[in-house]
Write a new protein. Structure first.
Length: 95
């Protein structure tokens, strides 16, 4: 891996990838923040569900069938739709 003009270059045979280390770190941090907030939002509502129960429901290991059904069938589609609409509006504003 070499650096050119502040960009890092990763070469693998005939393929090469130029990236900024700062952009990768910021993007990773923001992605982790969004995933953490999504887990918290999946637990909020008229029936509060703890973050641990949300995670076990998402991974299919939940023992509370009602909480799993609420998370998977009701709250997850809403959160995913909100994330996609937010990303689309952000991209539309960037154009």
């Amino acid at each position: 891996m070499s650096a050119v003009n502040g960009l890092r270059v990763l070469r693998c045979g005939p393929l090469s990838l130029r990236f900024s280390l700062r952009a990768v770190l910021v993007g990773s941090a923001l992605s982790l923040l969004v995933m953490g907030l999504a887990v918290l939002l999946l637990g909020t509502g008229s029936l509060p569900i703890h973050a641990g129960q949300v995670l076990t429901s998402l991974f299919g290991q939940g023992d509370n069938e009602m909480a799993s059904r609420i998370v998977i069938r009701v709250r997850l589609p809403r959160v995913l739709t909100a994330m996609l609409v937010g990303a689309a509006l952000g991209m539309a504003g960037a154009i």
